[in-house]
Design a protein around this ligand. Structure first.
Ligand SMILES: CC(=O)SCCNC(=O)CCNC(=O)[C@H](O)C(C)(C)COP(=O)(O)OP(=O)(O)OC[C@H]1O[C@@H](n2cnc3c(N)ncnc32)[C@H](O)[C@@H]1OP(=O)(O)O
Length: 527
């Protein structure tokens, strides 16, 4: 299978039809070059050059092509340099091309001539494939297109997990830009209200992704991709900007930019609003109807995000999964579901409680350190009173942890051995503060269950009858979601319906089995 391909199309409405054939050869990245004229025009450009139409007439064709790529799981970039300037007959791409597809029947000589003359970055042994897919449909030409071009164009967004909608917006800007395109990318301070915000890539990485796509779309213009920490970014400071590109959803923002510019006596921008025309093929009913990064983040839940770190200190069997996550994040229900599916389960919260029973050596130490106020009328540890004490005082919580964790891990190991002896080869260790305790080193991998902090507060008020400030101080006693997910191999969230949580857990369980099988771990053992 090739990694990177180029599809040369003479009729953009054929893209959807040829993609299933393309995917037989291609794994990941697909560049598309639309040739509104015959291939021969590219191989032997007319002299003198024929006057080209304004690039804006290709808007509809480009949007239509991106729409046809949805659901095909390919990273697509539709190249624009030649459409903007037909004298640019050499196609420059960031990644080297391993295979070229043509949507028409061509001779080997023609295809090889294209390879030699028109591709700047081509792999040795690049294959050519002619896909016979003739169609009588005529390419769409946008006669109403805003035909003017501008030297300085600007747009903004979050641009997480670049999808077809983002690429349409960027293409619309590139098609209308002659010299310099400025892109504002929201920094972390602007992402707090986004769904699964912890899964959004860093601003630095998003900037790099935007830049890479832009340089493929048209390497001939200058790009300034900058972080922004307010909705306006440089649009209200920069006199040279002429056009702003917005989606239908952010059109109001474009108008606000102009109000702010006028207040500063800056020339208002031409607002080019793009109707994304993209209908979403939903993979989960919880997804939004439109193509969105939020949907892509949702699809991450229950999948495997990375290879686990090697744990030479652990025997391969039983395979230990740490299950952690913030308070009230719903890990216990996930643990129970995993148990139903065949895992052994150890609930460390409950196990810790057994350490406080009469006759346990820790109990005396605790009374000595925290005083008799932590005992109830029967002389038993009153966990509620102890909780109130430690969750409001970091030093006391640390002292309790230091007293409890070594004994608790010993007990956990004992439980692991018992479960293994009873035939369990995958064992889930559910521990709220697994990472703080450093227990991830005893697990082959760990999974994180997360919900937004505000949802955790709501649940704590309801479940534990806690006032807001007490709820927040309990949340503060644990690592943040972002800290927890850094090393996690799988992330789950109980923020949506019970049914969606179940689907995530089933998916995670299946992916785990595939991984263990592929890696040859736990071979011969019934899982
Ligand atoms: C390494 C581990 O994660 S082991 C599992 C966590 N347990 C410990 O660390 C032992 C110390 N904690 C305790 O003994 C008890 O939590 C007490 C006595 C403080 C309070 O007891 P209880 O009121 O019965 O509360 P319970 O044990 O059910 O814990 C309530 C919440 O506090 C959180 N919590 C428990 N221990 C800690 C801790 N050491 N640090 C921060 N948060 C903690 C948990 O997230 C739990 O909520 P969750 O089940 O939604 O995740």
């Amino acid at each position: 299978m090739a990694k990177t391909g180029l599809l040369v199309v003479t009729n953009p409405s054929r893209v959807g039809r040829v993609l299933p054939d393309v995917q037989k050869y291609l794994l990941n990245k697909l560049y598309i070059q639309y040739l509104p004229t015959r291939l021969s025009r590219l191989l032997t450009p007319p002299s003198p050059p024929v006057a080209a139409p304004s690039p804006a007439v290709y808007s509809r064709a480009v949007i239509g092509m991106y729409s046809q790529t949805l659901g095909h799981n390919l990273d697509v970039a539709i190249l624009l340099a030649y459409l903007k300037d037909p004298t640019q007959t050499i196609i420059r791409t960031k990644k080297s091309i391993d295979v070229v597809f043509f949507d028409q029947v061509l001779s080997n000589d023609e295809m090889n001539a294209f390879l030699k003359k028109c591709l700047a970055n081509v792999s040795a042994g690049c294959a050519v494939v002619s896909l016979d897919n003739e169609s009588s449909e005529t390419p769409p030409v946008d006669t109403d297109a805003n035909e003017a071009m501008y030297d300085n164009v600007v747009l903004g967004g979050t641009f997480d997990r670049l999808h077809a909608g983002h690429k349409i917006l960027l293409s619309e800007a590139v098609l209308r830009c002659r010299r310099k395109l400025t892109v504002g990318v929201t920094d972390e301070s602007m992402l707090k209200t986004k769904c699964l915000t912890e899964l959004i890539a860093s601003c630095e990485d998003r900037i790099a992704d935007v830049l890479e796509v832009l340089q493929d779309l048209d390497p001939n213009i200058e790009y300034d991709v900058v972080p922004i920490s307010d909705p306006f970014g440089p649009t209200i400071r920069e006199p040279s900007f002429e056009m702003i590109v917005v989606s239908e959803e952010t059109k109001a923002g474009g108008l606000k930019v102009n109000e702010a510019r006028e207040a500063k006596s800056l020339k208002p921008l031409v607002v080019h609003s793009v109707d994304l025309l993209v209908t979403q093929i939903k993979q989960e009913q919880e997804e939004e109807d439109k193509v969105s990064s939020g949907n892509l983040r949702l699809r991450v839940l229950g999948t495997r995000l990375k290879k686990p770190e090697a744990r030479p200190n652990l025997p391969p069997s039983p395979y230990i999964i740490g299950l952690t996550g913030g308070i009230a994040s719903g890990k216990s229900s996930i643990g129970r579901r995993l148990e139903e599916m065949g895992a052994g389960l150890i609930d460390c919260d409950s196990l810790a409680h057994t350490l406080y029973e009469q006759g346990q050596p820790i109990k005396d130490k605790m009374v000595e350190f925290f005083g008799k106020d932590i005992l109830d009328a029967d002389g038993e540890i009153n966990r509620k009173a102890l909780g109130l004490l430690v969750f409001n005082d970091k030093a006391k919580l640390t002292a309790l942890n230091n007293m409890v964790w070594p004994a608790l891990w010993e007990r956990t190991q004992h439980e692991i051995a018992k479960l293994h002896a009873s035939g369990k080869n995958i064992i889930v260790v559910e521990a709220a503060v697994l990472l703080q305790a450093g227990w991830e080193q005893y697990c082959h991998e760990y999974w994180v269950c997360m919900i937004p902090p505000d949802e955790a507060v709501r649940r704590l008020k309801r479940r534990n009858n806690l006032p807001e400030d007490a709820a927040r101080s309990r949340i503060a006693a644990q690592p943040s979601n972002s800290e927890q997910i850094k090393g996690a191999t799988t992330i789950l969230s109980t923020l949506w319906t019970y049914d969606f949580t179940q689907r995530q857990v089933i998916r995670a369980w299946k992916h785990l089995h595939n991984y263990l099988e592929e890696a040859g771990i736990n071979k011969g053992n019934k899982l």
